[in-house]
Design a protein around this ligand. Structure first.
Ligand SMILES: NC(=O)c1ccc[n+]([C@@H]2O[C@H](COP(=O)([O-])OP(=O)(O)OC[C@H]3O[C@@H](n4cnc5c(N)ncnc54)[C@H](OP(=O)(O)O)[C@@H]3O)[C@@H](O)[C@H]2O)c1
Length: 269
């Protein structure tokens, strides 16, 4: 445990998951964490749930070592303008905002402010997130390591060049929503084949978890792992035929492309 004072501006779904993880994994105590929100009720809820402090954006930014910016991209400009006059030069700013570039952040903050951009996803609620990390112009290796230390506790992390962030957002940040739809649809298939819904959902979800673990843990290509399941003239190949007829692959490729294109436009509003 370090003594870093942490402020989370915009403690919504992502911010709440960060607070929960930091406390659970011993990365901070409740006294080290300050949260801000637009609505008082939201901050009150977090104080009751975690015992963390609440503050205005300015107070939260005034005296902290690490400032997580977790508001929606649409309010980024006004929030950064608000904190610019008070933020300390040594405070590490970690932005989770989709579509807001490091350059936009650095221009909106005082000169030479260290900024790290991260793109997590919501499985951080269960410590199964994927978080992609990228340092800014004034970040040191220690800032990247510190950021990874916080997000490693929430799942996996990867350091990547910022040019990949729109694609990362469309695939990794939006991805869980696409997978939930796939799980729901697989479960519907199970129900159609006669399974009770709760069992069908559990089987579908575990099949996705198992398949994901196989890809990540064996390092084998998904196509080879698929071939392993597909017995000649068996039931899987009949299922695959229907899946290909339905255009699942093309649909998913277009899905990620659309989400990535939109990610690139979020910061322009
Ligand atoms: N959700 C995801 O899957 C995901 C994944 C990766 C990255 N992100 C990024 O993470 C950020 C947060 O997403 P989210 O899903 O956590 O959104 P969210 O649940 O809507 O949280 C946003 C929070 O910002 C607060 N807020 C709004 N205006 C504010 C202001 N002027 N000052 C202080 N707080 C303010 C809101 O407070 P009130 O509730 O009181 O309005 C809310 O608690 C976004 O930039 C998003 O792009 C999200």
């Amino acid at each position: 445990m370090n003594n870093n004072k942490i402020s989370i501006i915009g403690a919504g779904k992502v911010g709440e998951a960060l607070v929960g993880s930091f406390l659970k994994n011993g990365l901070a105590t409740k006294d080290q964490i300050v949260v801000t929100n637009r609505r008082v009720e939201r901050s009150d809820y977090l104080t009751k749930k975690f015992g963390v402090h609440i503050a205005t954006n300015r107070d939260a930014a005034t005296d902290c070592d690490i400032l997580f910016v977790c508001v929606k991209p649409q309010v980024a400009a006004s929030v950064l303008e608000e904190i610019k006059p008070v933020i300390n030069q040594n405070t590490l700013v970690i932005s989770v905002m989709a579509g807001i570039t490091i350059q936009q952040m650095e221009q909106a903050l005082p000169e030479k402010q260290p900024v790290v951009r991260v793109m997590p996803n919501t499985p951080l609620r269960v410590d199964k997130a994927m978080t992609v990390v990228c340092g800014g112009t004034y970040t040191k290796e220690s800032h990247i390591e510190l950021t990874q230390n916080y997000f490693d506790a929430l799942g996996r992390t990867l350091v990547l060049d910022e040019k990949y962030f729109d694609a990362v957002t469309g695939l990794s940040a939006s991805g869980p929503a696409f997978i939930y739809i796939i799980i729901e649809a697989l479960a519907e298939g199970g129900v159609k084949a006669g399974l009770p819904r709760n069992i069908a959902t559990e089987l579908a979800a575990q099949a996705c978890l198992g398949a994901s673990s196989m890809v990540l843990e064996t390092g084998e290509h998904p196509a080879l792992l698929k071939d392993e399941v597909t017995t000649p003239a068996g039931c899987t190949i009949d299922g695959i035929l229907k899946l290909e007829e339905g255009g699942l692959r093309v649909t998913l490729i277009k899905t990620v492309m659309e989400a990535s294109i939109k990610a690139g436009k979020l910061g322009n509003k």
